[in-house]
Ligand binder design. Structure first.
Ligand SMILES: Nc1ncnc2c1ncn2[C@@H]1O[C@H](COP(=O)(O)OP(=O)(O)OP(=O)(O)O)[C@@H](O)[C@H]1O
Ligand SMILES: [Mg+2]
Length: 353
């Protein structure tokens, strides 16, 4: 339970039975799926377990490609081919133009173009095949051509299913709501947004993990109060406390500070292409203490002067769709992850100027 790597087996995946069933059901029915959710909520683990289940129980072939650092379609092709070769995906390349076939599988011809090769490769797949693209927002620079390829594959080869993960930045949003000119328009993938565990599930997770390594523990209340139900933070805590044998307070502080670093990085990344950064940083600082629209607006006015309703509402929407805050009722917003409350957002802005 407290192993820090993404989980890969169904019996290691805690508390996600219904999400896993739903995901498998959708993929088996031929739908494509986007698994969304905040950092460290368990997206990669769910996807890896789903691929394994499809392979072992449903006769699928599967490929998992982590797109972190993969910025071009050429790089995507280069990461995909060895995955397909090692899982021996059946291909029908009788009209092949872009590939050389050898004993170890296929290879791209030297002068082949990425777009044409990807189209040819995916359309030649001749058995049920699921491709997971993790961190799909990384491909945003290639988004138009990428969407064209996806649209083409979707309409010509129903044996290929894509499974995407990512926060809602960049391409993920384009996937969910493709522009009307995109071939994916009208064929939206299913969205599965992972949420934190509730308090009880979090406590059971901690207890189960402790029991697994034979550690006596009764600090669940305190841990859940401080870290809430984000499985990655709970795992980090469990690993520090039970595996590395640190004290309760030290392990909690560690989980908090590591988590905070990740979330600061995430927020900075979110701010990168925003030109009204101060609106977002002030909003996050305000929502730590105010949840109602009226109070939030007042907080912003005190912090940076006036803001019109339209601008405020679009900034709030953007924070919601990037999983930094949650809409809890009409005109009411909340920061979900307790670690996000511990960040001083005005400092982030200062350190960037
Ligand atoms: N359902 C689960 N049961 C047990 N442990 C889990 C579960 N989901 C995730 N974990 C653990 O939580 C941590 C984060 O998981 P994972 O990498 O799958 O999340 P993620 O959402 O992909 O994170 P990131 O945003 O960093 O890519 C890992 O240590 C993993 O082992
Ligand atoms: Mg991940």
């Amino acid at each position: 339970m407290f192993d820090l790597h993404p989980k890969e087996h169904r019996n290691e995946l805690f508390g996600r039975d219904s999400e896993l069933e739903y995901l498998l059901e959708q993929l088996l029915a031929g739908n494509w799926v986007v698994v969304g959710g905040q950092r460290e909520i368990g997206k990669t683990s769910l996807v890896k377990v789903a691929i394994r289940e499809l392979k072992e129980k449903h006769g699928f072939k599967g490929a998992y490609v982590n797109l972190r650092g993969v910025r071009s379609l050429n790089a995507l092709l280069t990461s995909l081919i060895p995955e397909m070769n090692s899982s021996r995906v059946k291909l029908d390349l009788s009209f092949n133009v872009n590939f050389i076939m050898g004993s170890a599988g296929i290879q791209v011809k030297r002068d082949a173009k990425a777009v044409s090769s990807l189209n040819e490769l995916l359309n030649s797949v001749h058995e049920d095949f699921v491709i997971a693209l993790d961190e799909v927002q990384e491909l945003s620079q290639a988004s138009k051509q990428f969407l064209d390829i996806l649209g083409n594959v979707f309409s010509s080869n129903s044996r290929v299913r894509f499974l995407f993960t990512g926060s809602y930045i960049g391409v993920t949003r384009i996937l969910i709501d493709p522009p009307s000119t995109s071939p994916l328009h009208g064929r939206p993938p299913v969205i599965l947004n992972l949420r934190p565990f509730n308090d009880n599930t979090s406590r059971v997770f901690l207890r189960k993990g402790m029991r697994e390594i034979g550690v006596d523990f009764n600090g669940e209340e305190e841990v859940v109060r401080r870290l809430d139900g984000v499985v990655g933070w709970l795992t980090l805590f469990g690993n520090f406390y039970a595996v590395r044998k640190k004290g309760l307070e030290e392990a909690l502080n560690f989980a908090e500070s590591e988590g905070k670093k990740i979330m600061i990085g995430e927020f900075e990344h979110f701010l990168e292409n925003k030109n009204n950064k101060i609106v977002y940083t002030t909003l996050m600082d305000v929502i730590k203490v105010a949840t109602k629209w009226r109070d939030i607006k007042r907080g912003i006015e005190i912090g940076i002067g006036g803001i019109d309703d339209k601008q405020l509402s679009s900034a709030l929407d953007s924070l919601v769709s990037n999983n930094f805050i949650e809409k809890v009722g009409r005109g009411e917003y909340r920061i979900i992850d307790p670690l996000l409350r511990k960040i001083d957002y005005s400092k982030i802005l200062k350190s960037r100027l």
